[in-house]
Design a protein around this ligand. Structure first.
Ligand code: HSE
Length: 434
């Protein structure tokens, strides 16, 4: 049988890795796919020194690939929203299947892209968009298809995890570690996407859609970054038996779905709390399987290429199948998606770590306790440190039981209004993940 012809758009880190893996493992890949997979064309503005493209046809124009009648599958690895959207829609219009690693594109324009793909009977595969080399999309969409998924929680940004790991293990400052993460090549072109949680929110949006069968709703995801975290909180969390991780959490509740990315205290003995450096991990809790954990490299040349190539193999296997009988893009049949709402963060529920800087006066603790109890907030643990030498203020650290966020907002406003409380109250959400 003739090989399937693939056009790769973008020959950066992931594009170069995809080309190399396809060459190196060509025989194994053909044995799995049932046909060879040949890179017939590459669109790249400059060569990639890590990639020996030989006689492969190179063009500078990505639309040459989307319009090339010889190409069966377009691999979109240029990133970004606008041009990538145009490229993917053009490829679909021309009846080509698409494989993409572009989380921003899928999270923001996925509903439109999948509708167009259904109309044309083509596949859009996106395993590499979430958690690089970890096949978590396939696991949720197919492996856990028998479950009603209750919640998932993931460390889905390697750069952020690297920063938090270095802050905790080596006491390094946030900005210093960010520079190193950029030099290592894991950070997004705009690193605020990593540290402010936008990249993680893109990935969480995708995971939530395939877990719960809801349309992609990136604009409704709550996003809070790690740039305001201090070493003091990292250390206090440690003393309380927790680790701080930048977590994406999606949870099913009776009122709607929670979709939130924020720094989170996790008990230090959980496996996911021990995922360090640039590694990613996603926990998925289903009613039948219980909790499962998927761990691996969330970025990088070949780990991400591994997922792109797996998608290519899937596409080749499914090419001749009836489009109605393929795995749906969002795991659930498109006419069976749920319209259960995404909850605003004020209606989400979690436990909370609160750090209060108080004057060293009698009765402050009683006032704090009374504000919390008046709002039905139950204190799980409390730690008060000795007064700081430089300002005489006493750090008071509380961990609450689970409570709806609006009540905590109200309590924080009341705490900050106390004359004995100085500055803002630090609030970090806490998840037990059981
Ligand atoms: N900037 C991303 C990260 C790359 O650090 O995880 C992979 O999506």
């Amino acid at each position: 049988m003739k090989p399937v012809k693939v056009g790769i758009c973008g020959l950066g880190t992931v594009g170069g890795g995809t080309f190399n893996v396809l060459q190196r493992n060509a025989e194994e890949i053909a044995r799995r796919a049932g046909r060879g997979i040949e890179v017939a064309q590459i669109a790249a503005r400059r060569p990639n020194p890590k990639c020996m493209t030989g006689a492969t046809h190179i063009t500078a124009d990505i639309f040459d690939v989307a319009n090339n009648p010889e190409i069966d599958v377009v691999v979109e690895l240029i990133g970004g929203y606008t041009l990538a959207r145009e490229l993917v829609l053009k490829a679909i219009e021309n009846g080509k299947h698409v494989v993409t690693a572009n989380k921003a594109l899928i999270a923001v324009h996925g509903n439109e892209i999948f509708a167009k793909a259904r109309e044309k009977g083509v596949i859009v595969a996106f395993e590499a968009a979430v958690a690089g080399g970890i096949p978590v999309i396939k696991a949720i969409r197919e492996g856990l298809a028998g479950n009603r998924i209750n919640w998932l929680a993931g460390i889905i940004n390697g750069t952020g995890n690297f920063i938090l790991t270095e802050m905790r293990e080596k006491g390094r400052a946030f900005s210093d570690v960010l520079q190193e993460a950029q030099a290592l090549g894991y950070a997004e072109a705009d690193p605020t996407f990593d540290v402010e949680g936008i990249d993680a929110a893109h990935k969480l949006t995708i995971l939530a859609s395939i877990a719960f069968g809801i349309p992609l709703q990136f604009d409704k995801a709550y996003t809070e970054g790690i740039s305001q975290l201090t070493s003091a909180d990292v250390n206090y969390a440690e003393a309380l038996g927790y680790r701080i991780k930048h977590l994406g959490v999606a949870r099913r509740t009776d009122a709607g779905f929670e979709l939130r990315v924020h720094p989170t205290l996790i008990p230090a003995d959980r496996l996911i709390a021990n995922v360090n450096g640039v590694m990613n991990a996603v926990m998925v809790n289903g009613d039948a399987a219980g909790s499962t954990l998927f761990y691996g490299a969330g970025a990088g040349m070949e780990p991400t290429a591994s997922s792109v190539v797996a998608d290519l193999v899937d596409v080749v296997r499914a090419m001749t199948s009836d489009p109605e009988n393929r795995v749906p893009h969002l795991a659930f049949q498109p006419d069976s998606l749920s319209d259960h709402p995404i909850l605003p963060i004020e209606e989400c529920e979690s436990a909370y770590y609160l750090r209060i800087q108080a004057k060293d006066h009698p009765g402050v603790l009683a006032q704090v306790a009374s504000i919390l109890s008046a709002r039905g907030i139950n204190i799980e643990s409390i730690m008060q440190k000795e007064a700081e030498e430089h300002d005489g203020l006493v750090p008071m650290i509380l961990v609450t039981h689970r409570v709806v966020e609006s009540r905590v907002n109200d309590a924080i406003a009341a705490l900050e209004a106390l004359s004995d409380v100085v500055g803002s109250v630090v609030r970090i959400r806490v998840e037990q993940l059981v």
